[in-house]
Design a binder for this molecule. Structure first.
Ligand code: GLN
Length: 200
């Protein structure tokens, strides 16, 4: 198994370190031809507007879309989640538009720009998962076919009547608003690898 990590900008080195820890063959991806032979891809956190520009300059957006259509598993974390969404309320972002959900950037106001929350993520087991949120987005709404994996502890988002969704899955696509690569809990990455190997 070989997993690529999009290495244009942002927290790619941390994802590579986690994958190495899990003894997975890993490749930093900066150009489309590096996607050949990958079994999965991680799009890291960073700045989704900057990453949009770089993905377009290097023809990576179309290559990622093509591979997603072929069924390649992708994990998007934070900015990576924004780039996987079908709808983003910011036209400086041109997402891959793979997951049927609407995402809002920088959803938490200044006071809560960064915070940690213990999340209940039933697919990972009973033990809470340490969610590290850094200028995080939120999933405002999901469409049919998108499974909600986690919500904020109070079950509500920063805006009234918002469901507080922070992790979701659609087939081989997995997204979270937080940074699992910044904790030493490897379960979220392991869950992604289980998707890649078809175990779940
Ligand atoms: N605020 C960033 C964005 O909108 C995401 C932050 C992150 O990835 N930690 O792209």
């Amino acid at each position: 198994m070989r997993i690529g990590v999009l290495a244009l900008q942002g927290a790619f080195a941390e994802h590579i370190a986690v994958l190495k820890h899990l003894e997975v063959d890993t490749l930093p991806v900066r150009l489309p031809h590096q996607m050949v032979g990958l079994d999965g891809l991680i799009i890291p956190g960073g700045e989704s507007t900057t990453m949009t520009g770089l993905m377009l300059s290097y023809n990576l957006r179309s290559e990622i879309s093509r591979r997603v259509e072929e069924g390649m598993p992708v994990l998007g974390t934070c900015a990576g989640m924004i780039l996987l969404a079908r709808e983003v309320a910011d036209n400086r972002v041109e997402p891959v538009a793979a997951m049927a959900m609407r995402v809002r950037r920088n959803a938490f106001g200044r006071q809560r720009e960064s915070f940690e929350a213990d999340l209940s993520i039933p697919v990972l087991g009973e033990k809470p998962f340490p969610g590290v949120f850094i200028r995080a987005p939120i999933i405002e709404e999901v469409d049919n076919g998108v499974e909600v994996l986690a919500r904020l502890p109070n079950g509500a988002g920063p805006r009234a009547a918002e469901p507080g969704i922070v992790a979701a899955r659609q087939g081989n696509l997995l997204a979270c608003a937080f940074h699992p690569e910044l904790t030493d809990d490897l379960r979220f990455h392991q869950y992604f690898l289980d998707i890649v190997t078809g175990k779940c």
